[in-house]
Design a protein around this ligand. Structure first.
Ligand code: DND
Length: 398
């Protein structure tokens, strides 16, 4: 965007670890209330008031802001503090923007928590010479921003606007803790940010990162991404159906740990002393399910029978699948990168009725195989009949 002399530019500084829906709603509301021509998120390299060493690298936080703002008109992101390096003093950032856009009117946006500590920032009087402050409230932590604004103006001068904007009660800490605890974050961050967090296993416990490192050694990039997204879908489905989300996430992540081909599969089977049965020898795509359960136990140290069983059943299913088995089966078939006819409908169904969704996936698979003149494994029909019957019973009991 071209900047004119008399433009009003909002500067929204933050650590954004990660950016959340509250930040975006605030930016839009402040922009509208103050009639700003543009609003720039500035990602801090090293915020002066927080020790973020060992946390998410600045370029990753920047990437998440870029993803979040992809479709947002009038909102953009700057890497000025990252380029500058060192401690991200706001005064230096505002000096840069003043040089870049001489004559523009700058507004620095900040939450009430930041406003209350503003007097102790580096060169606060200089900040107020360079920009007006625009303070926003935060639901659940309401502060008297009118008094704070008056007191700053009387001691330091400048202009502090107590806007009428109030951010939702959401925080980056809540997002990080929710991911750590395997709770859904879909309402907290934009969809693309959510997928990025899962694909990169950000904020996840160390044990999972160890699992990812092992998977990286075995699986190609797209299989690994599928596994990470299956973990995401498994969390969402398990949460919706009242099941253990931590177990579902781990199971989703490792479900394809033995999905190898050709010589790599042969040597993996040999290494784990796995003997394929007749069926598996004829349909080699089936091997990874039982082999995966064996690998999960011997290589990844997973002993939970519920997880091991769900890995075993995730390809073909079985007539007596438990809800946990169904969650993993469905997460594998419905994760966000999957695309096929009717997937949107089946996804919706999966959040209402697991049996009905499993039956729909199986019917879909049968139709697909038939259309390509590929055989359908005989057990599929037995499973479909049993699950369809259960789905009908579920609906008639509602
Ligand atoms: P945070 O890490 O606190 O921001 O950083 C705030 C900004 O202040 C950064 O640009 C810092 O470099 C700058 N700062 C702080 C202290 C000293 C100095 C500079 C100095 O130069 O000496 P977050 O990523 O956590 O959040 C971004 C902003 O959004 C913050 O102002 C926060 O208060 C606000 N916010 C909300 N406001 C209302 N409702 C919510 C909010 N969530 C975040 N739900």
């Amino acid at each position: 965007m071209m900047y004119n002399m008399d433009m009003k530019i909002g500067i929204y500084g933050g650590t954004f670890d990660p950016i959340h829906n509250g930040h975006i709603a605030i930016a839009k509301a402040v922009k509208a209330e103050l009639g700003l021509d543009s609003l720039i998120f500035v990602v801090a390299a090293d915020p002066p008031h927080k020790d973020i060493s060992g946390r998410t690298p600045a370029l990753i936080r920047l990437k998440m802001v870029e993803l979040a703002l992809e479709d947002e008109d009038g909102l953009s992101v700057s890497d000025i503090e990252i380029q500058r390096g060192g401690v991200s003093y706001t005064v230096e950032t505002l000096e840069c923007f003043t040089r870049l856009h001489p004559g523009a009117e700058l507004y620095f946006i900040l939450g009430a928590d930041m406003l209350s500590s503003f007097s102790s920032w580096y060169k606060p009087d200089k900040i107020l010479e360079l920009a007006k402050l625009a303070a926003v409230q935060r639901r659940g932590q309401m502060a008297d921003i009118d008094s704070l604004a008056s007191s700053i103006m009387s001691t330091l001068g400048g202009t502090v606007i107590a806007t009428g904007v109030c951010g939702e009660n959401v925080s980056s800490t809540e997002v990080r803790e929710s991911v750590r605890d395997a709770l859904p974050i879909s309402g907290l961050v934009p969809y693309q940010v959510e997928l990025f967090i899962y694909k990169n296993l950000l904020y996840a416990p160390e044990e999972l990162k160890t699992v990812k490192t092992l998977l990286e050694e075995r699986l190609d990039e797209s299989r690994l991404e599928h596994s990470l997204l299956t973990a995401r879908e498994a969390v969402m489905l398990a949460y919706k159906h009242g099941l253990n989300t931590q177990k579902a996430r781990l199971c989703g992540l490792v479900h394809d740990c033995a999905k190898l081909r050709g010589p790599a599969l042969e040597s993996y089977m040999k290494r784990l002393a796995f003997k394929p049965n007749k069926d598996e020898r004829q349909n080699t795509y089936m091997i990874h399910a039982r082999l995966g359960a064996l690998a999960a136990e011997s290589e990844y140290g997973i002993t939970d029978p519920e997880i091991l069983n769900a890995i075993k059943l995730h390809t073909l299913g079985s007539p007596d699948m438990t809800p946990f088995d169904e969650v993993i089966f469905l997460a594998d078939k419905l994760e966000p990168s999957r695309e096929y006819r009717r997937i949107a409908h089946i996804r919706e169904l999966a959040y209402e009725n697991l049996d009905a969704a499993v039956a729909a996936v199986i019917r879909n698979n049968i139709a697909y195989n038939r259309s390509r003149k590929m055989p359908v494994h005989p057990s599929t029909f037995e499973t479909l009949n049993a699950i369809e019957l259960r789905a009908k019973t579920d609906t008639s009991n509602e």
